[in-house]
Design a binder for this molecule. Structure first.
Ligand SMILES: [Zn+2]
Ligand SMILES: [Zn+2]
Length: 205
């Protein structure tokens, strides 16, 4: 390869590595980042909202998101949360850093605001033997917490009522567990043009 001279600093390709017509130091990195990004974070559970979706707090996902907002020619990039900089790898020979301020804006996620608003779609009514009710209530609560949320549980004469965020989650769970339930659905209102139902699942134990 013939010798190259950097048009900016005058050094030769015999003394320093080159990227295209420039030495690595002078090669103009063409990267652009926003100066500031806001990410919503739930005050109650700490989840963050990335592209409209609430997810558990994760530095990797924040990094991915910040990088996705940067433009330019680079091989790879990573957002270093502690330093608040995006570190770009340029043509495998050089790193450049750009400062991006990420502000976590305190708010309330969909789930937490529903819980605090007392929202529920389904009521599981457990009736029958108190020992079996207790056993099933714990088991159902464990499994339901993984798919939706439990608004509250109330002792009722002869059993227990569990108020649950998602009826669909209850339907899936009782069919998985092969439980027999009497299901009744009641129209409780209309929100944003969508009919809202409340479903009661009566399970005799
Ligand atoms: Zn140079
Ligand atoms: Zn939350």
């Amino acid at each position: 390869m013939s010798e190259l001279i950097c048009p900016k600093c005058g050094r030769s390709s015999d003394e320093i590595e080159f990227i295209e017509a420039f030495c690595v130091d002078c090669y103009p990195a063409k990267v652009k980042c926003p100066r500031k990004l806001e990410i919503e974070q739930c005050r109650k559970c700490g989840k963050i909202r990335i592209r409209g979706e609430w997810i558990p707090f994760s530095r990797e996902r924040i990094s991915e998101y910040v990088v996705s907002k940067c433009r330019g020619e680079f091989d790879g990039a990573e957002y270093l949360t502690d330093m608040g900089v995006v570190r770009f790898a340029i043509q495998g020979k050089k790193h450049v850093e750009r400062y991006v301020e990420v502000e976590l804006k305190g708010t309330m996620c969909t789930y937490c605001s529903r819980i605090s608003g007392g929202y529920f779609e389904g009521i599981i009514q457990l009736r029958g033997n108190p020992k079996r009710i207790e056993k099933y209530a714990n088991m159902l609560a464990d499994k339901l917490e993984k798919r939706t949320f439990i608004t509250k549980a109330e002792d009722k004469h002869g059993g227990l009522d569990i108020f649950v965020g998602s009826s669909k989650a209850v339907v899936e769970l009782i069919s998985e567990l092969r439980l027999k339930a009497d299901i009744t659905r009641k129209l409780v209102g209309v929100k944003h043009g969508k009919k809202l139902y409340r479903t009661t699942f009566l399970i005799r134990l």
